[in-house]
Design a protein around this ligand. Structure first.
Ligand SMILES: C[S@@+](CC[C@H](N)C(=O)[O-])C[C@H]1O[C@@H](n2cnc3c(N)ncnc32)[C@H](O)[C@@H]1O
Length: 256
């Protein structure tokens, strides 16, 4: 959903981890980025969880590294109390999981870290995106375009009967972690520079859903609006190099 600095976030996690062994690792909201990174680390074993079979098949196909016999790739839902019940991991990664929860277990966000607590033996790393759609109009031109694109994307996703992502601020995560039996060790923000790939991906993302809508006049108007946003954003990327707006975060926590 976002053009984040994957390598910067993961590099930061590696730095914070230091000499601590990764041990048994849980990738609680897996994807091509987190699993590609994870398979390159010295882990004893890993378990990767996704809520969608489509995502599972896609990730499995995209990961080039062979899985070891001790590694597991699971489709499941954190709202299911039986998922990985009784297991524990030295390192747990909740990488852009919180923002995606709404699509799989709406309103479960406030229970997520409580759910991950018994599974976390050593350390929990949470990555996320500061919400940028439900905000007042940003002041910079780049900010306004990213905001408009986000609002357009989410409106189209809702119109096509699906649920958009719901991001949470780092402070919400910190407060929730404290209530869920974790002690927060650190919070670090990273500025984001959006490029052409992000702009195109966001506008293209909504097209299949819009095609299913019966009101062709509405669909044509929405598509035209999307194309106007795309053109304006791509032109600004051309002149400014990137659209600088929004921040990712990495939060490090350990069980109390
Ligand atoms: C945005 S993706 C995570 C990004 C990913 N780590 C990457 O490599 O870019 C969110 C992941 O969390 C999973 N997910 C969301 N809600 C879930 C839930 N309630 N139970 C299990 N998995 C869930 C999704 O299926 C998806 O695999």
């Amino acid at each position: 959903m976002s053009e984040r600095k994957h390598s910067a976030l993961y590099r930061y996690v590696e730095r914070i981890q230091g000499d601590r062994p990764w041990g048994a690792v849980l990738d609680a909201g897996t994807g091509v980025n987190s699993l590609s990174w994870l398979t390159g680390l010295e882990t004893d074993r890993w378990t990767a969880v996704t809520g969608s079979i489509r995502e599972a098949n896609w990730v499995r196909g995209a990961i080039k590294t062979a899985f070891r016999s001790q590694d597991k790739f699971l489709e499941g839902n954190w709202a299911d109390p039986d998922l990985l019940q009784g297991e524990a991991f030295d390192t747990v990664l909740a990488d852009y999981l919180l923002g995606a929860i709404d699509g799989f277990a709406p309103y479960f966000q406030q229970c997520l870290f409580q759910r991950l607590r018994p599974l976390t033996r050593g350390r929990l790393y949470v990555t996320g995106l500061e919400p940028y759609v439900p905000t007042l109009r940003p002041e910079t031109k780049a900010g306004q375009l990213i905001w408009e694109i986000g609002r357009y994307r989410d409106a189209c996703v809702l119109l096509s009967g699906q649920r958009p992502y719901r991001e949470y601020p780092a402070q919400w995560v910190v407060d929730n972690l404290a209530r869920s039996g974790f002690a927060v060790q650190s919070v670090k923000h990273f500025k984001i520079s959006y490029k052409k790939r992000f702009v195109n991906a966001q506008i293209d993302l909504v097209l299949p859903g819009l095609e299913k809508h019966k009101d062709r006049t509405l669909v044509d108007a929405l598509k035209a609006h999307g194309e106007a946003l795309r053109a304006e954003a791509l032109a600004l990327v051309e002149t400014e190099g990137a659209l600088k707006h929004c921040r990712n975060y990495v939060i490090v926590a350990e069980p109390v």
